[in-house]
Write a protein that binds this ligand. Structure first.
Ligand SMILES: NC(=O)c1ccc[n+]([C@@H]2O[C@H](COP(=O)([O-])OP(=O)(O)OC[C@H]3O[C@@H](n4cnc5c(N)ncnc54)[C@H](OP(=O)(O)O)[C@@H]3O)[C@@H](O)[C@H]2O)c1
Length: 246
């Protein structure tokens, strides 16, 4: 990949948070961006408008990543509309916190369905369809490493994503496609902030030696490195983008 012009990227869960920042950054870098969303249609369409107003190219695509048939259709639609897919950013995810003792079936099933099976669904299509020079970038989390109480099921889904990152990078031998993961630390989005008392947020903010929360743009910068020409030699790696929490 020598230039990002004329490249097509699917960013899952791009209607808000980290995914929206990734979509905006990659559009600025010259990618045509497929802004995937599950329920946030208005936000996704607004983001597409913003990207186009800034001179970029984007389309919105609804698909629940936990639904394999919907993911298949999203790749089909993208190929029909834009001619192919070069980069997949597996960003869609949810985080629910409970001890392993207290988490009920729905708590377990939803996180596994969206975070783990959702990433499998998209990686399967990407590994069949990505063009030479392509990139797969998975969103893990620095909770894989920190292992705090109540993060068990969420961390398990992300550890699974890291395992598949390593395996898929080897399975794609000969295809000229890299597979990496980015593992953010605490980042100022709804996923991290919602439902946490301010004192907990303050404590987690101080975890990093850089003494601030990550911003969605910090993560987008890291993804842009892996997606662009400078990241070409990075393959099968997990890059923790967390200000030094671990
Ligand atoms: N924020 C953090 O501190 C942090 C730290 C480490 C890792 N991460 C990871 O970074 C990624 C993005 O997190 P975030 O903080 O930006 O979360 P967020 O603000 O809650 O946004 C989540 C995004 O995922 C989408 N989504 C949820 N379920 C989906 C599904 N079934 N199919 C398709 N899209 C779905 C949402 O779309 P709709 O609005 O359309 O439903 C939304 O666009 C996640 O994988 C998360 O685990 C975040």
């Amino acid at each position: 990949m020598t230039t990002s012009k004329n490249k097509v990227v699917i960013v899952t869960g791009a209607s808000r948070g980290i995914g929206a920042a990734i979509a905006q950054r990659l559009a600025k870098d010259g990618f045509t961006v497929v802004v995937n969303y599950a329920g946030g249609e208005d936000a996704a369409r607004q983001l597409v408008d913003n990207i186009e107003t800034a001179g970029g190219r984007a389309i919105a695509a609804q698909a629940d990543v936990s639904d394999a048939a919907a993911v298949y259709r999203m790749f089909d639609t993208t190929e029909a509309a834009l001619g192919g897919v070069d980069v997949l950013v597996n960003n869609a995810g949810i985080m629910k916190l409970a001890t392993i003792a207290d988490g009920d079936d729905a708590f377990v099933d939803n996180q596994i369905a969206i975070n783990l099976k959702g990433s499998i669904n998209t990686m399967r299509e990407a590994s069949r369809r990505l063009r030479s020079g392509g990139r797969i970038i998975n969103l893990s989390s620095s909770v894989v490493g920190l292992y705090q109480p109540t993060y068990g099921v969420y961390a398990a889904t992300k550890a699974g994503i890291e395992a598949m990152t390593h395996v898929l990078s080897k399975e794609l031998r000969g295809r000229n496609i890299t597979v990496n993961a980015v593992a953010p630390g605490p980042t100022a989005t709804a996923l991290f902030l919602d439902g946490k008392p301010q004192a907990v947020i303050d404590n987690l903010t101080k975890l990093a030696p850089l003494e601030r929360l990550g911003q969605p743009e910090d993560i987008a910068n890291t993804v842009a490195f892996l997606a662009g020409p400078d990241g070409a030699w990075i393959n099968g790696q997990v890059l923790r983008a967390n200000g030094g929490v671990i």
